[in-house]
Structure formats: C-alpha cells, structure tokens
Design a protein around this ligand. Sequence first.
Ligand code: AMP
Ligand code: MG
Length: 366
Amino acid sequence: MRQVKTTRYYKVDREHPAPDIIEAAARVIREGGTVAFPTETVYGLGANGLDPEAVEKIFQAKGRPRGNPLILHVSSLDQARGLVSTWPPEAETLARLFLPGPLTLILPRASAVPDAVTAGLPGVALRYPAHPVALALIESSGVPIAAPSANLSGHPSPTCAAHVRSDLDGRIDVILDGGPTEVGVESTILSLAGDRPVLLRPGGVTREQIEKALGVEVKLHEAVLNGTPENPENGAGSEATTTAPCPGLFFKHYAPRARVIMVTGDPDRQAAKIRDYLNSHQDLRIGVLATKENAVSYLESTIPPAHLEILGSRRNPPEIASRFFSALRNCDDHEVDIILVETIPAAGIGLAVMNRLCRAAENRSI
Ligand code: AMP
Ligand code: MG
C-alpha cells in the first residue's frame, strides 16, 4: 500500500522519558493521530480510544479486520472503573495483585466506549500496562488509548521499535522507541463479562496465577490451543475449554513470510526430527528456532540449518517467550522457506508461547 505520512521517530529513556517528547506524542493522540509506543509486553499502536475516527486510523494503518476489537489502555484503576458499567469483586482482586501488568480484563462496557473499539460487543477490554513510557503517554493524553500490537495485521508482534518501523513506517504519525520489551508476548486476556471467568488469550500473567487468586477454575477459550498434537486434551469441545466472544482468535496471526512448522515430542525426539528434516529437504532454506539445550546438535549436524535462532533454555520459559517473535522476524530477514520450531510444555507462560506458535504454524506439525 502507498505510504502517505512522515513518521516521526523519537528515542525515549524507559525509566525517565523526556516530558517534551511525551507531550508531543500525547498532542498527536489528542488531535486524533496514531502513536506507536512500548509496553512491557509488545509495542502498541495507539489512538484516542474515545474518538471513533482516530480508532479507524489504527485499523487502516494495520490493515486490521474491523471485526477484531481493540484493547483500551489506562494509566490508573480509577480510569478503568470509569469505562465499565460494573466492576466486580474478581476485577478488584486481580487488579490488586497483577495491575499494572500484563493482564487485560474484559468487563461490561460504559456507554462512553465507542462501538469502533469493541466491534459492537457488550464488553470492553481494559489494560493498565506496567511501562513508564506507556503510562506517561496515557496520562499526558488525558484519554484511554486504544492499542493493538504495532504490526501489520497477521505479522508477528513487534518487540522492538525496528519491528514497528519495518511494518508501519509511513503509515503512522509517531514511533516512541523505548528499547526492547521485556515479556515479549501480548497480555493475558481474561473475560469477566460472563457467568464465570474465561481465558481468551494466555500471556504474561499465567492461568495458574489467576486460578490461585480467584480460587476457581479458569476455563480456556476453545481456540487457545486448538487441539495441537502436543495438547490433544485442549482441543475444541473438551471439558477444559469453553466458548466466549473472542473474535481475534479466528484471524490469521503471528505469521512470518516463511512457512512455520512445530516440532513435537520429547526434546531428544524433536532434535532427531529436525536433523532428519534438514537431511531430507536440502533443496530448501530452513530456519530453526531451538532451545539452548538442543541448539548444538543442529550446528553439528551433517546438514546445518540456513539460519539458527536460540530461543533460550527449556528451564527458563520467560526467556523463550521474550525472544519468540523477534526470532520469527529474524528468520524472514534470512530469507528462509521453512521455519522449524521446537515446542515446549503448554504450562505457565509456555501456554502463551504455544498459543502463538500454533497460530503462526496454522497447526502444522511434524
Ligand atoms: P490485539 O489487539 O491484537 O492484541 O488483540 C486484542 C484481542 O483482544 C482481540 O483480538 C480480541 O480477541 C480481544 N478483545 C479485545 N476487545 C474485546 C472485547 N471487547 N470482547 C472480546 N474480546 C476482545
Ligand atoms: Mg496483535
């Protein structure tokens, strides 16, 4: 698509963002423009969440389907309470424990929230991010900021400003570069709008943490793992899952240019499968996303991969989560045809990684 804008780019200090830069970006938000900014999860593309015309610019810049609702970002719990028609005790409990932080709550919306944000749904998704730049921007703007991830729709989410630039330069007004994000996968989304809590998207706050805090079982939305070979018990229709309105789960997402394939089995079996695949597909450029423990076995294999990304140790799933999206983008930079990705157990933040991986691979596995 044609590039129409000059995108202003500012570096900001994560802990102490310069007030004049924040004010300039906040003015863009107030005047109906778009600003990409860092959060603790991934970079967001923000606009005034109370202004339908500004919100429309997010959908245009990303090429995002209009039926996929946006999360409203706030800089205080009071601001969050003002955007809902009820604030149940569960919201209060979770807010006290996890907010600000990587947890988005869906609650019945107040009438001030435009349809453009919720895609006409009765609930609104609210997030109070734990990042000084995001908080300063929201506070300075004086409005809730609607923000999906700052990537072209369908691409892997951006975990640094270079990813935002490569997708959206010339399509948005401002990029605030606050360095790489920490969590690396998007926020957990929990719906509190129905009879019982439903996890719509796993993320930085884990299902296990939420269950402990609320003292109840938290159902997984049926599309979260979509019945992967590793996790057949999480497949559609099983006892562990349920349905709830969650349009985003059905759009293609997180996909790099190359074809992604998940590799299942115990770690040794995964390594053997990847070496076999490299041997039998010598005509293709193959990228491998490996755990630290298995990486050496690919470097020493007869046919090494065209590109190898080490995600981190199996003993440190948060490290794997933080590198996952940039590893996919790096494989595209190395122009591979296929990306083989080692799988990890779908527990804790591993559930968030496996959810993104299943989507990126469109459930393909070996
Ligand atoms: P993204 O902006 O790409 O991080 O995706 C946000 C996701 O949150 C959407 O794709 C939906 O699945 C979910 N979501 C946002 N707002 C709502 C809402 N009002 N009701 C249900 N799901 C929502
Ligand atoms: Mg997104």
